[in-house]
Design a protein around this ligand. Structure first.
Ligand SMILES: [Fe+2]
Ligand SMILES: [Fe+2]
Length: 171
């Protein structure tokens, strides 16, 4: 009985891990149409995926490296928002600050050898990222696009589709 439960827990653990790993893949439908943002998001997924398969002895350095890159990406997005006097700047910055705050909270523990906590935090990032991408970053990409003379129809379609999906989730 105990052995069966242990096997079930192990199998469920593997399935969850597999689901997380499948989420950590860049796909074309994450494209927002703003080159710098798309490139940064793609690299983020690659780095995150590499981090999660990193051996324990290399994990702390890679974890700190990822935090540094996330800080830089967030700062660049915030600079873009300031440039266009974006009305959603405060809310967007607050979401960035929250995730960075959580990562900074975990960082000293990881540096002190709590690799499991670092892995747990890293595994939560794709879910946060996908939500942020489909809401805040999509809205920003739309605003950046409409600053130019030409509006990219693909971005408008994407924004409309994501807004619709968001409404479906809340009903
Ligand atoms: Fe972003
Ligand atoms: Fe963002």
């Amino acid at each position: 009985m105990l052995a069966n439960s242990a096997i079930r827990v192990m199998v469920i653990g593997c399935l969850i891990k597999e689901a997380v790993m499948q989420t950590i893949k860049w796909s074309e439908d994450m494209t927002l149409g703003v080159k710098d943002m798309d490139e940064a998001h793609k690299v983020f997924f690659e780095d995150l995926s590499a981090l999660l398969t990193m051996p324990d002895d290399q994990f702390p350095t890679a974890f700190m490296g990822l935090i540094g890159k996330v800080e830089k990406d967030f700062r660049e997005e915030e600079d873009l928002m300031e440039e266009i006097d974006y009305p959603g700047l405060l809310g967007h910055r607050e979401q960035h600050s929250r995730v960075l705050g959580a990562l900074h909270h975990v960082a000293p523990h990881v540096l002190n050898g709590d690799i499991a906590l670092g892995r747990e935090a890293a595994e939560l990032l794709p879910q946060w990222f996908l939500f942020h991408l489909s809401t805040m970053d999509t809205a920003l990409a739309f605003a950046l696009d409409t600053q130019g003379a030409e509006i990219n129809p693909a971005t408008i379609r994407l924004a409309a589709e994501r807004i619709r999906q968001g409404m479906d989730r809340t009903t």
